[in-house]
Design a protein around this ligand. Sequence first.
Ligand SMILES: Nc1nc2c(ncn2[C@@H]2O[C@H](COP(=O)(O)OP(=O)(O)OP(=O)(O)O)[C@@H](O)[C@H]2O)c(=O)[nH]1
Length: 366
Amino acid sequence: MIKHLLKQSKQSGLEEIEHVKFLIISKIAYFALIVHALLIPAFAHIGANMLALVNILSVFAWASGIFLIKQGLTSLALRVFCLEVIIHAVIVCATLGLGAGFQFYLWTVSCILMIDYQLTFKRAAFYSLVMIATFALLYVFFADVKYSFAYPELLPHVNVINIIIAGLPMVYGMGLIREITLSQRVELTDMAARDPLTKLYNRRFAKKLITAAHQKSIELESSLCIVMADIDKFKNINDNYGHEKGDTVLINVARLIRQFIDDDDIAVRWGGEEFLILLTNTDAKQAFAKIETLRLKIAELEAHHEFPDLNVTMSFGLIEWQPLASIEKMLQHADEALYKSKHAGRNQTTVAKGQHPAFKDADAVN
Ligand SMILES: Nc1nc2c(ncn2[C@@H]2O[C@H](COP(=O)(O)OP(=O)(O)OP(=O)(O)O)[C@@H](O)[C@H]2O)c(=O)[nH]1
């Protein structure tokens, strides 16, 4: 239920909490309105006419609150509900005694007040403490009030029902805060790990992933390839078609790379128009074939009706990771291979010198 509500809410952060709170409070308000309306004949039936009258006022208070919620004044509605609950709890306890359990709603209200973000923390805490003090004072002043109406045998059941109904919003509220906190933590971790434009991993975060993938490849004795990739003449794209189009090209290239790699592979926005791809379980020969396919796909990418003459190509440099070599050394070799691709005319893939038997005779494979 909580997850369902969170999914309904598209906002993030405090707005998300406010929106979910709005959904919950709306539901609770309708529920309370119906319960209070049903209690009017019930109280009249047991002879507690005063309570029946109070319940009419309560129905009016809950209906006003619902109206305020519909006007977008959720926080004000919340305060109306809190006031209603306090006054009602005190009057009911003074009339029926504490055995019916209506005093427990004060605890519910004290929790709800703490998640009213329009109140400062100090003020919310103060009001909550007033609720708890009121709860304690009820035991001081009304401990001796005896139930003197019809159906006394039902009192323990009413007590249990009130305890459960009063407790549910507290458990529900804690569950809600827990889910929101968890989902926001995941969101924040993801935001810290990814480049906002391309949604690929950013360089800082990727280093951890690359190190972990390297360790794993050593343990499994599997091959691992580092590929450095750079969009050709990207400055010209910006200059000729505008920075926004340049951004779109970056997004489209990143999407293609993401679609192209396997689940265990890692794609990183390494710099402005430079990307790093880590291909796991892949030797240099396989990586070369794979990257060549990607290169051709990228060259087909920007047949854009708006800019029919816009060609996007990429140059690549790749190296198979020698298990004992450092990440810095491997990145340096992959960069050198990329530089060779650029130097040899761009839109090509170069395998770093002497890195794999399949390429042992070649300085570079273009
Ligand atoms: N639109 C856009 N441009 C960016 C972004 N980051 C970097 N750039 C631009 O990318 C361009 C990179 O240009 P250069 O490093 O000269 O390289 P190049 O034009 O791609 O030439 P070669 O790499 O030699 O093929 C610069 O003009 C940067 O302003 C970005 O996030 N969006």
